[in-house]
Write a protein that binds this ligand. Sequence first.
Ligand code: SAH
Ligand code: SF4
Length: 395
Amino acid sequence: MSSTTLINTAPDAVQTSAAETVETKISLVGLGRDEISAELLRIGIEPKKVKMRTKQVFHWIYNYGVTSFDQMTNIAKPLRGKLEDAFTLDRPEIVERLISVDGTRKYLIRMSPGVEVESVFIPDVSKTGALCVSSQVGCTLTCTFCHTGTQRLVRNLTAREIVLQVIIARDDLGEWPTTQENRRLTNIVFMGMGEPLYNTEKVGDALDTICDPEGLGIGRRRITVSTSGVVPEIGPMGERTKAQLAISLHAANDELRSQIMPINKKYPLKELMQACRDYPGLSNSRRITFEYVMLKGINDQPWHAKQLIKLLKGIPCKVNLIPFNPWPGTDYVCSDAETIKSFSDMVNAAGYASPIRKTRGQDIFAACGQLKSDSEKKRASTLRKEAKAEKVAKA
Ligand code: SAH
Ligand code: SF4
């Protein structure tokens, strides 16, 4: 990793104490096609050649994962030099990388000063694997069973910062080029920190790069976006991304759901279920996944299962039962294994697949609902000051 800072904006100049000026190069990694084109235009690439050059650069970054402009062998040397002078191919810093006994990998990534996010790679037995990505730092919602919900929202992630999470995992797994057979990183789930439907536009933009065959090449059917139920965004997100929908349901009556998920007061179950029925492309082969966290004595009784079955009537779906993952300070306890099994049996008997999710990565605190970074909301002025101090220190 070079010492150049990864920033989102055009290069700016930082005054050092010696009063000399240091140019900060920006990294092209994580940018979408249009952003790369804009950067190439900015450094004076002939407008009529920008489209072709963008295609080449995009291909090297996302199909091959190159880390140096010299590897872009179909681009003439002088132009490679020009790119090298203006840009980098740096990734953000991995602050922490933990590997669980079950093979789950957790990354804590520092996107910019004070902005740290977690993503988790979960390998499956069938040689596939899902990367669980974050869409926000923290969350505005305060679901009572969720650790992320105790962290205030720091900010939405940019599309680039979402794409970078995939790049970092692919680097770490050594899975370049994209076209390589037997890749383990086959699926993406937006089940990390934050509420993706409060950041729909950036999630959509990120998926344009992630799903592009000349980009990271992960098919749209292998993308799942999970929401706590931001009803007005569900349809538009489906149209924009063509992703699979997962709903964090966790309770099948308004009273209980509003208690454990305050968003239910704003968008109650009737509206949520209607949005599910209307989800673009919904069919038996494109079913919705309802997530249901098993909380002992709260939502795990047979009558809860009956209510759930009634609520799901007519919706092509399956129900993922998630054993509650504890975190420091929570009062909730996970339901007993037998209770979860009989809940699952009831839902199954009503015709809905109802797998019990295996808890993964608990030893490294990477399981569902356990993600929380130490990033705290700071005043923008403090962040700017820190960024400037860092640039000067590195110069
Ligand atoms: N904000 C989105 C995306 C996060 S997905 C959403 O809520 O859908 C994370 C999933 O883990 C959600 O289904 C969430 O409800 C669930 N979850 C949260 N805390 C949990 C915990 N402690 N144990 C198990 N699952 C939890
Ligand atoms: Fe936010 Fe989802 Fe956690 Fe609720 S469950 S607090 S919406 S991350």
